[in-house]
Ligand binder design. Structure first.
Ligand SMILES: [Zn+2]
Length: 135
């Protein structure tokens, strides 16, 4: 393992231990974790550009949520085809093109499908546009 990866993994573990009192991530869904991940990305942004916080710690928070999501996916792959009882294996997200087997959720609309990741990306875009409007 590279020296810098080992160093960073140790920092990630330290930050995880500081947050152990919050309980594990096993009860959180990948969607909830992704939402937290996005929140940490904004905190990292703030630490980097406004000196508002510890950059290394914020990097660890971002990486830890990414790790938790990867851990969830590794442990449990689920496909939810809303409105599709037959569970067609060849369904794909209409936005990113990923097949249903490679995403956690695939939500069906009339002749379109969207995966959980693309839902979050869309939400982040809408949130950002709203924030711009408010300024
Ligand atoms: Zn997608």
């Amino acid at each position: 393992m590279r020296e810098e990866v080992r160093w960073f993994a140790e920092r990630m573990e330290e930050v995880l231990r500081e947050n152990d009192h919050r309980g594990g991530w096993k009860d959180m869904s990948a969607l909830e974790l992704f939402s937290c991940f996005l929140g940490e990305v904004y905190e990292l942004d703030s630490a980097l550009w406004h000196g508002d916080g510890d950059v290394v710690k914020e990097c660890c928070d971002v990486a830890n949520y990414a790790m938790m999501i990867a851990d969830k996916v590794r442990r449990k792959k689920r496909v939810v085809d809303e409105g599709r009882e037959d569970g067609d294996q060849f369904l794909r997200c209409s936005f990113c093109g990923k097949p249903s087997a490679e995403v956690e959720y695939l939500v069906a609309g009339p002749n379109v499908y969207i995966c959980n990741t693309c839902v979050r990306v869309c939400q982040a875009i809408v949130d950002e546009e709203r924030m711009k409007k408010d300024v």
